[in-house]
Write a protein that binds this ligand. Sequence first.
Ligand SMILES: [Zn+2]
Length: 420
Amino acid sequence: MDCTQRLLKYVVIRTPSDEESTSVPSSACQFELAWQLHRELFTMGITDVKVDTDCYLYAHIPPTPGYEQCPKIGFIAHLDTVSDFCDHRITPVIHEDYNGRELPLGDSGRVLSPEMFPHLKDLAGRTLITGDGTTILGADDKAGVAEIMTMAERILEEEIPHGPVSIAFTPDEEIGMGASHFNLEAFGADFAYTVDGDTEGEIQYENFNACKAEFVIRGVNVHPGSAKDIMVNAALVASEINSMLPAGETPRDTEGYEGFYHLTDMHGDVAEAVIRYIIRDHSAEHFAERKEVLRRIEKELNKKYGRGTVSLTLTDQYLNMSEIISGCMHLIHNAEEACRRCGVTPLILPIRGGTDGAQLSFKGLPCPNLGTGGHGYHGPYEHITSEGMEAACSVLLELVKLYANGCPRPTAELPDPAAQ
Ligand SMILES: [Zn+2]
């Protein structure tokens, strides 16, 4: 079975995760896909496969005899999708020999256009897969699942010599919980790749450092007629806080490695106000400086309006995994080499967000992210090509071969083509 056939089979099993839920997994529907994959892996001949009570699937492809000492490599994708645009049946539509131009999505009135997605022109001649314009497609991350499953099948069918290969499919990535109940011991790999990026060839290992900031402002409310030098209007102080931030450092104004302060919520009245931000920066140093700017604002305003007027709470969310990956750059160099061997241009891009891989890296499983071939995630314009998926799958297979090459070897001498 190829990646496209698998994707089409998996996307019709709807698996939206549920942000409101407190159970694990957040939605029971994710078990349906997990057990489906369990059956398929078992049928392929992979008997070491289990789905745990938290809906994590772990599978192991035992090494080819003589390759037991190779590095233990793993691949991870997520079972869930976003819940937006996922409230009814997903109907994938296949457009063979796509012409690279505007494409109406079913009867939805929505049009997939090169104006919105300039890369569409480069997809001309390929087999394009979309939804019908009323739902997501679900290629995020069922394309990753399909590519890992196809990789596993090819390793076995083509008897490709390989070291120990671990596979995991996780629930609840879209609500930020994919790494929370991940069992590193059950997974049993030295390092892994999440297969959850966009275009094929993408290799990501630098994500944001991230925290949340909340200012609570307590005002002094008196009659406005006799308020001179007495009243402290909390809502006005909230807007003063925002005006004290450097201009032009918002998501709208930044790209690449530029960080930002993102105002996410602001409400209040004279008596009390709350203003919330998320803070993002790739550089640990700049990230620390941004937090310092906020602390200084708190201090200055308390000096101006009286102690206890403003109280700031900073909550760390995740850190840039490059700190960890820099100690095992063979993961990146081998991914680049795998791309080149498949005729795919490697694209190393910073992630303007976080990934499960970032959390896993800090838990002890270094875990960069690879592209799946998909685009336009999290909305009705999501699309992917059969050719992109096959290329992404070939990259995974090449990685397995690279890590099996020349085994056994001590782990201190992991293959690093860049060093050769
Ligand atoms: Zn994803």
